[in-house]
Design a protein. Sequence first.
Length: 219
Amino acid sequence: MDTHEAARQTLQPTAGGATGLLRVTAPVTLGRKRIMPIIHELLDEQPGLRIDLELSDAIVDIVASGIDLAIRIAPMKDSGLIARKLADNPKHIYASPSYLAARGIPKTIDDLAKHECLTFSNFTHWQFLVDGKERSVRVNSRFSSSGVDGFLAACVSGLGLAQLSAWDVKDELQNGSLVPVHIDGASPRDLAIWAVFPSRRQILPKLRVFLDKFQSSLL
C-alpha cells in the first residue's frame, strides 16, 4: 500500500499534496494540548489526507500495529526504528499555590522527602541534573497515575508537586493555578520530543506535512 502510494505521489508530486490515511500515536497530554490544535488546519490544507490519532501513554509497537508515526517523549534506544528529534522538552517542578501554602516550599533535593511528589504509576524516583551529572532521587506520594493528565490534574488540585514539561502547564501558569518551584543546585532531567517511524516505510508526503506542521507548533 505504501509503495504504491509513494510511486503515485512521485509521479504526480503536485497533483494532490499529501493523501491517504496517516496513523499516529502520541502521549495523551501532548496529543490533547499540542497535536489536536493543528489537526483542523492540517486537514483543511490537505483535503486528500485522513488522520487516525491514537492517544496513549504506553509505548506502542508501531510496526506490529501498522502505525506510521509515533511521537514520543523518552530516551531513544537502538530499536531499528528511525528517530528524528523535533524539539527540546525542558521540565520543571510545579505546584499549586494552595499546596505550597499548606506544606511549604522545598528549596533543596533533600526537602523533597517531606513532600508529596506526584509520579507515573510504579515510578519511585525523579531524575535531576546536579553539577552536570544525573542524580536519581527517591520520592513518595499517596497518588500516582498512568498518564500525565492524571498527575497534572492532581497537581492543580493541590495534591502535591509534579515534574512537568513547560508546554504541559502553559494555561495553568497563565491562570495562576500552578507556579514553578525551583530547587537549589538541581534541575529536572530534560527529555526531547521525538518522531519515530518504521525504517521499512518511506517518508511519504502525508508524514512530512504532519511533521512540519507539528514541529512548527513546538517552536
